[in-house]
Design a protein around this ligand. Sequence first.
Ligand code: GLC
Length: 547
Amino acid sequence: MKNDDLKNNWSRNAVVYQIYPLSFKDSNHDGSGDLNGIISALDYLNDGTPNSLGIGAIWISPIYKSPMKDCGYDISDYYDINPLFGTLEDFDRLIKEAHKRGVRIIMDFVINHTSNEHPWFLESKSSLNNPRRDWYIWRDPKEDGSPPNNWLSISGGSAWTFDETTKQYYFHSFLPEQPDLNWRTEAVRGEMMNVVRFWLKRGVDGFRVDALDTLVEDGYLRDDPANPKYDAKIDGEYTSLKHSFSRMPSETKYCTNILCNTVSEFENKFIISEAYAKIPLMAEMFKSCDKKIHSPFNFNLMKLPWKATEFKKFVDEYEKSLHKEDWPNYVFGNHDRPRLQDRIGEAKLKVAAMLLLTLRGMPFIYYGEEIGMKNANIPESEIKDMFALRANNPKSSRDPERSPMQWNSDLNAGFGDVKPWLPLSDDYKETNVEIESKNPNSLLTLYKELIHLRNNSIVLKLGSYKSLKTKSPDIFSYVREREGKRILVILNFSDNQIEEPLPPNKFKVLVSTDKERKQGEDISGNSIAIKPNGGYVLEVMEQLGKY
Ligand code: GLC
């Protein structure tokens, strides 16, 4: 185990930026983003100066060879790059250029399933006694010819598809084009670890593990029980069952452990795994890697009502559940969920940014979040998301949060010079990188200030977290502390101005949402006025007061 000094592990220092490669930057005029597009935008992410965002790592959604039935989450070759995105040489250049700027690369790793066009699956389905038969999950039909049990697919319909060649069903948690791998088969685990080593040797710094929570299912294939809370009028079919047997996230520890051991053969790597888990399950998942180089994603902020009391309660409980050296993380958006702007409204975005970038742990920014991109209006006739098409449910489409990055007010928002694969959001002429870069009061400017503050502050990167009792229930306030240095964060979640008592100290403004309060300005007195939806990051200048 080589990650002895965890505080030097890059994960403890980096703000992470998620890139959805199809939608970031098109360099080769085909309407889809690509690796060279990403390379051309690296200076925006981090050019070493406060003019850039100051990102420390990028997670790129899958770029492997794929028939693109689920936008790359259906891999047909784990050892090659999809020509749509570029070549292995382009990828090597991306790693080199990113590392030159101090930016780490996190590879998306789809371990639950492959594409149905993957040679492993083609072999597996070719005959009952093919050596790769048990690489996937095959079962006989019931006597009446129906699927082996009642399990449903997350992307709509039964989780079983009948295959004529061998007259058996195969299991797929997602689309029929995404057959589940059988992690009970030793050879599968072995081959997947070879994949891990292949990319780590190439220089990637870690993995985002896709759909870890669907990796293990009941060996006896017991039926999932009905969900008593299901309401057919509002819920999709998938919600009609409780997925107690088709999805057993607490049983995935063994797999995470293998992954962790493999990753720790290399120095300074990190894994973050996808599971929509509440605190107790996250706590369980942390335990699966004693090397402390794995965190389960924390998606809970995406669901919390926008109330200071709810956020305080959650962060306090999450922090309390963590063991020493477990590394927390916070996420407001990704390619599967409506954009933050659509959930909480534009007025709240600055407070959200301040919260995300001053909490303890790893902050994740979904591309475009930093400029306040909203969900695009995608006409039904242009929906690309196969999940929505298969479930025949346009409302469930994930396309709106995947619209092209808004670089400027020019043709196609500067994404590329031909029509992008998905329509642009109609606000791109006002909401874009170029315009916001010039505006000292923009959301983008605030993101840059906060990230640079964090990058240069050991207190914000590694300091402890302690929430404070506040007079107003609309204020969430906490102290970060390390080696006697303290930073106080005060966030107003409401639409009203609030006068909040201050602890007896002197403070200096580090960052404020209120541009009338200059950076470096002294603050003292018994209270502070915080504008509606405003916030402060303050340096504590004296150590007198108690918190
Ligand atoms: C994950 C991905 C999602 C994908 C699914 C199947 O949840 O985030 O985009 O469709 O896995 O791979």
